[in-house]
Design a protein around this ligand. Structure first.
Ligand code: ATP
Length: 328
């Protein structure tokens, strides 16, 4: 272990996700375990630039593992995109005698961390925190599992009202660029169709499929639509199209929105956050920098930040097939 690292800083940046608090706790307690100091930075890179720091010890993070959001707050910082902003951030870290930085966030936050490292040779380590699961180098990002459970719970409730009234529901879930939430929650919630950014089902095929479901005896249907689905119509336009081209259904729309980001983290996310926090701190202490901690085949491993940022996650084709078969 490095003798030169005596104090680490931790921040959360970009969109919040359930499990961020558990990850902060793990970072803080791993520092305490190895007898090094830890400081929390409020509001992501904004707080780094403003010097909004607070020393954290093992007891400062009691009672947070089960809380959604992030007690350090998160932000998107325009100033950190400027050289002057990053210089201020560096000076603040130096004044506080901080030797390394753990960034919990998405690919934008990792890009900021890499730029910062390249300019000041400051050790950085990333922990992937976003509900979208769109980061290369980890099978699961923090918050994805919790968001899935939240969406499935919502679909179950919507199905109760859909089946009581012979309704067809379009349910919009998060995912502008990727359909991981839609595909997984759609299968788990028994959706008839799942529309994702990676695939263009086409409007005619959608209506054909819904008609087919009806002729086989279905009296209600749920279609899960990722925000960025390829058909290119927003969810209300989809409703109008189906209203005009299908008979016998009362068509409704439900947009789940930000509730998908909230709530107590699932057991899976709490354990994952704890494992990632330990690995992030111990990797910096081992002299590693510019990596992201990720889960691969059940193991916690490092991926270069550059790869994590540039790489694209792929939709699971087997899940697509399962979803097709399930809607028979
Ligand atoms: P989410 O996936 O929830 O959007 P994210 O981490 O990708 O999370 P962003 O808003 O893209 O969120 O990035 C967070 C912050 O990282 C930005 O507000 C900015 O301060 C910093 N950042 C992003 N890109 C750069 C860059 N090229 N140079 C410097 N800083 C950057």
């Amino acid at each position: 272990m490095s003798e030169t690292i005596k104090k680490l800083a931790v921040l959360t940046s970009g969109g919040d996700s359930p499990g961020m608090n558990a990850a902060i706790r793990a970072v803080v307690r791993t520092c305490a375990f190895h007898s090094i100091e830890c400081v929390g930075v409020y509001r992501g890179y904004e707080g780094l630039i403003e010097g909004d720091f607070e020393p954290l010890d093992a007891r400062s993070v009691k009672g947070v593992i089960n809380k959604g959001g992030t007690f350090l707050k998160s932000a998107r910082s325009k100033t950190f995109r400027t050289k002057e902003g990053r210089e201020k951030a560096y000076q603040n870290l130096k004044n506080e005698n901080v030797d390394g930085l753990v960034v919990i966030g998405g690919d934008g936050s990792f890009t900021g961390a890499l730029v910062f490292n390249s300019e000041f040779n400051f050790p950085v380590m990333g922990i992937p925190g976003t509900i979208d699961n769109d980061i290369f180098g980890t099978s699961h990002t923090l918050g994805f599992d919790t968001a899935l459970n939240t969406v499935v719970d919502a679909i179950d409730k919507i199905r109760d009202t859909a089946s009581s009234h012979n309704r067809l529901f379009f349910v919009e879930v998060m995912g502008r660029d990727v359909g991981h939430i839609a595909l997984n929650a759609g299968i788990a919630g028994g959706a008839e169709e799942i529309l994702i950014p990676e695939e263009d089902l086409g409007l005619e095929r959608l209506v054909d499929s819904l008609n087919k479901s009806k002729t086989t005896g279905k009296t209600s249907s749920i279609v899960i639509v990722a925000e960025g689905d390829k058909i290119g119509k927003n969810i209300f336009e989809l409703k109008d199209y189906v209203d005009q081209n299908m008979e016998g259904y009362d068509v409704r729309v439900s947009v789940l929105g930000h509730m998908q980001r909230g709530g107590a983290p699932s057991c899976f996310d709490r354990v994952l956050a704890s494992r990632m926090g330990v690995k992030a701190v111990e990797s910096i202490l081992d002299g590693e920098t510019n990596y992201m901690v990720g889960l691969n085949n059940g193991k916690i491993q490092l991926t270069p930040l550059e790869k994590a940022i540039k790489g694209k996650t792929k939709i699971n084709l087997e899940l697509l097939r399962v979803s097709d078969i399930m809607s028979t």
